[in-house]
Design a binder for this molecule. Structure first.
Ligand code: TXA
Ligand code: MG
Length: 339
């Protein structure tokens, strides 16, 4: 199959809508990362998404809408906490897990009786949903296990020959996927951290929000988890990534001693000067939004440079930095050395 890579304009948006209506899969930009969009109500479209990604069939997809009227049939009902979160954070990078509605096909939710829904703020994604009238399911547009794509070129690298169209909307704003929060219980629980933080949600809900243990700790493959995505290997470049936890002084000492020609360091901006090895940076230490924006493209850059071993700096675990930490420990397969 030929994969077209087109800039967004009337014609390409029309083509995207037409393909979605035909049950095809399209690569679309969102404000978080690029997604692989397919009609959430059509099993044949959802099957194509899982195939293109090589995604395990038990890992559910997120449904994207452009206005709250579309929730009818997508969810069974809207819980009170969800109403407050929607008012405050939609459109934007927040996915809310709610009871599943009848119109969403079972394959979209991997057989669960809940569904994750979000309203993207990205103008192109919004326009495609609005003009097609289709609530699309969209996982990140990477091959399963690889870092999520934050630009159209990275989608093309993974999906060339597998999908008919990618719309090039430039660099993704956030750079990490949406925060996933479940409101199925009394206390909302974050299943995946993102740029909408626990503190931001607590301040509008006026109650505590929990953070799932699996966000920072490894789960066994047979362990029951709240979100199936938690148990899979994720975001991994070809290189072996190891996180070194400690000051930049200790980090530099360790890396300078333990490296050869194929070793790289993944460090915060400005830290390259302390190192004798090749380094890729992913934003300033104090700026978690910048780290989120750059992390996945930095991981993909390491592949392009044929890195074999990567020593990475350890992000913080508060606020937006928790989202960065969560992605990086998964790309490292939970290998952390305390210095
Ligand atoms: O920012 C995003 O959310 C991007 C863009 C394209 O919108 N999409 C995305 O989708 O990250 P994906 O498929 O890569 O990640 C979806 C995550 C998975 O970890 C999945 O397990 C979880 O959301 N999820 C989806 N539906 C769920 C449900 N009903 N219950 C629990 N977890 C769910
Ligand atoms: Mg993904």
């Amino acid at each position: 199959m030929e994969t077209k890579l087109l800039k967004p304009n009337e014609e390409s948006i029309r083509l995207a809508c037409k393909l979605l209506k035909q049950g095809e899969v399209v690569g679309v930009p969102t404000e978080t990362v690029y997604g692989l969009a397919g009609d959430a109500t059509k099993p044949e479209a959802i099957k194509k998404i899982y195939q293109a990604k090589g995604r395990p069939a038990d890992n559910p997809l997120i449904v994207h809408i452009s206005n709250t009227n579309m929730l009818d049939g997508i969810v069974k009902f809207v819980p009170e906490d969800a109403k407050i979160l929607m008012q405050n954070f939609w459109p934007g990078p927040l996915t809310i897990i709610m009871p599943k509605g009848d119109r969403v096909c079972d394959a979209t939710c991997a057989g669960l009786d809940s569904v994750g829904v979000r309203m993207p703020s990205n103008k192109i994604a919004h326009e495609i949903i609005e003009k097609s009238g289709i609530a699309f399911a969209a996982p990140s547009a990477n091959t399963s296990g690889k870092p999520s794509p934050t630009n159209a070129g990275d989608v093309f690298a993974d999906m060339n020959g597998k999908i008919p169209l990618i719309i090039d909307g430039g660099d993704s704003d956030a750079g990490v996927e949406s925060t996933v929060v479940s409101v199925l219980q009394n206390t909302p629980i974050i299943l995946r951290p993102g740029v909408i933080t626990k503190e931001m949600m607590e301040s509008v809900l006026n109650k505590p929000v929990q953070i799932a243990r699996a966000i920072t700790e490894e789960v066994k493959s047979d362990e029951k988890v709240l979100s199936p995505g938690m148990k899979y290997k994720h975001y991994a470049p070809n290189a072996e990534v190891v996180i070194l936890k400690g000051t930049i002084d200790k980090f530099a000492k360790y890396v300078n001693k333990h490296s050869d020609d194929d070793t790289f360091a993944l460090v915060f901006d400005g830290e390259e000067k302390f190192l004798n090895v090749k380094a890729i940076t992913f934003g300033h230490h104090e700026n978690a939004n910048e780290q989120a924006h750059k992390l996945f493209s930095a991981l993909r850059e390491l592949d392009k440079l044929h890195a074999k071993k990567v020593y990475a700096r350890c992000p913080d675990t508060t606020g937006v930095a928790l989202a960065v930490y969560n992605r990086l420990i998964r790309s490292a397969g939970f290998k952390i050395i305390e210095l």
